[in-house]
Design a protein around this ligand. Structure first.
Ligand SMILES: Nc1nc2c(ncn2[C@@H]2O[C@H](COP(=O)(O)OP(=O)(O)OP(=O)(O)O)[C@@H](O)[C@H]2O)c(=O)[nH]1
Length: 305
């Protein structure tokens, strides 16, 4: 079952970026009762922290040597993986032009120096609250409520970006379409409630096989699942499909209405470099043709070509 993100503000991480040691200490002391604070002294360190840890909020000094806060903000907001992290500027210059620069660089708010503790706390709390709400909304929008896997909305939203990345890096895309065999009979024999539990168990197995961070396991339809495997060639895609089909077989979920007396999967898989951002339907059609062949050949198997 989908678990909604019930994180609290106290569990959120705020990254404080300031070249001045005293300012870093003052800001993290002010915020220490509200959330988890991490400090770095320059923008490049902040960027690499964000890429590895993804904080919930950045509090950034505008004036820093090497790379200033405005440029750090632009870098964050132009990065597809980081652009949802809110950012508050701390600035000593509140002139009209300076304020405009903060907004135009993509900042979500700013606090003027000298910092008034209660103002900073309230501004940070507001940003974290809307971040948590947005995270919960994203979970609801992009996940299937029964299995917790990603859903079709996610695929539709994510595919153009993913295909751009893969084309740029000249990497293949592996796609596997899975379908539970004789699932109508399963529902008819065991009832819909057990049918739902069966879907959850199969989904869990799929989730365990999406090992790389960019892999996506999707509930594609009723008893259909999709694995999206960036940078998986035909050999890797076939292997992953076979591992999943075998893992479901080995789990031995009883299904007395079938020859194997257990729940099994059929899979149609392909890997291709021939795609662009409009090609998703074509790729899925090819996977579907292979899936159809796997069903025709007797089910509980993978066709990958
Ligand atoms: N319990 C449950 N059943 C679902 C859900 N979504 C779809 N189904 C059922 O999945 C079944 C799919 O049946 P079919 O498309 O005939 O496929 P099948 O019986 O697996 O046949 P083959 O794929 O040829 O082996 C239907 O009975 C749907 O009602 C769901 O969320 N929960």
């Amino acid at each position: 079952m989908l678990a909604l993100d019930t994180r609290t503000i106290e569990s959120c991480t705020v990254l404080i970026v300031d070249d001045d040691n005293v300012s870093r200490t003052v800001i993290s002391t002010i915020l220490s009762d509200l959330c988890q604070c991490v400090t770095v002294s320059n923008a490049p360190d902040a960027l690499s922290y964000c890429k590895q840890q993804k904080p919930d909020l950045l509090v950034v000094d505008v004036n820093m040597p090497e790379m200033n806060g405005l440029n750090l903000c632009k870098a964050i907001k132009h990065d597809d993986d980081l652009d949802d992290i809110p950012l508050i500027f701390i600035t000593g210059n509140v002139s009209k032009e300076s304020q405009l620069q903060c907004w135009e660089s993509g900042g979500n708010d700013f606090v003027s120096k000298p910092v008034i503790a209660q103002t900073l706390i309230h501004r940070v709390r507001n940003q974290l609250l809307s971040k948590l709400r947005m995270d919960a909304l994203t979970t609801l929008t992009f996940h299937d409520s029964l299995t917790g896997l990603l859903n079709r909305n996610y695929l539709k939203q994510e595919y153009p970006r993913l295909s751009r990345q893969l084309m740029r890096d000249q990497q293949p895309l592996g796609v596997i379409l899975f379908d539970i065999d004789y699932f109508k009979q399963y529902n008819d024999h065991y009832g819909h409630l057990y049918g739902d539990q069966c879907l959850e168990r199969v989904a869990k197995i799929l989730q365990q096989h999406g090992r790389r961070s960019r892999d996506a396991m999707i509930r594609y339809g009723g008893e259909e699942f999709l694995a999206i495997l960036p940078d998986a060639d035909m050999t890797a895609t076939r292997k992953i499909a076979q591992n999943i089909v075998k893992a479901v077989y080995d789990t031995n979920i009883p299904h007395v209405q079938t020859v194997h007396s257990r729940v099994t999967l059929s899979a149609g898989a392909i890997s291709t470099k021939a795609f662009d951002q409009d090609s998703l339907e074509d790729i899925l059609d090819l996977a579907d043709i292979n899936l159809y062949e796997a069903k025709l050949n007797g089910k509980n198997q993978v066709v990958c070509k």
